[in-house]
Design a protein around this ligand. Structure first.
Ligand code: FAD
Length: 135
């Protein structure tokens, strides 16, 4: 159970922009929050943000382990971390048999968009590929 002061007013975990460490008086560099559970500056919660954040957190955890093994200070280690607090700049929605996508200022929609973005499995295989996991 997280201490109450690690949560924002809506109950989401407060995180720092760099590395998404829990930020509070209990802050340390071994606790991470990412995805829907993490407090964000605004916008809606999206799978793409969770996936991107998950990759960044994995990179940062590996980097911190290597830095500690090599005797780097916390300050030196923090310079190696990936900043994963990027704003949501894309939205992909399934609407019945079709889909709409907004990315980089451009909107597209249609059955072909659903097939391209979500495939046959609601983008599960796309997500696994993004995480480097093969089934
Ligand atoms: C109806 C709906 C439609 C959506 N449509 C889209 C869309 O079109 N595009 C898009 O990008 N995003 C969409 N989203 C948002 C997207 O699903 C979420 O942003 C994304 O799933 C967040 O991933 P996550 O891993 O942070 O959390 P989740 O996917 O919620 O995963 C959290 C996991 O933790 C488990 N869990 C919870 N408590 C515990 C516990 N105590 N111990 C162990 N496990 C626990 C849960 O069972 C769950 O499996 C939609 C969400 C909803 C609800």
């Amino acid at each position: 159970m997280l201490p109450p002061d690690t949560l924002d007013g809506k109950g989401f975990v407060k995180v720092s922009p760099l590395g998404l460490f829990v930020s509070s008086s209990h802050s340390n560099d071994s606790v991470f929050a990412v995805g829907d559970v993490a407090s964000s500056a605004g916008g809606i919660k999206l799978a793409s943000t969770a996936i991107r954040g998950g990759r960044g957190i994995a990179f940062n955890i590996a980097s911190l382990i290597l830095c500690r093994e090599n005797g780097l200070s916390s300050e030196e280690a923090s310079k190696t971390l990936m900043n994963i607090a990027m704003p949501n700049d894309a939205l992909k929605l399934v609407i019945g048999g079709t889909a709409a996508a907004y990315t980089q200022g451009r909107s597209t929609w249609g059955v072909d968009v659903k097939q391209k973005v979500f495939g046959e499995d609601m983008a599960l295989s796309h997500g696994l590929r993004a995480l480097g996991v093969t089934s």
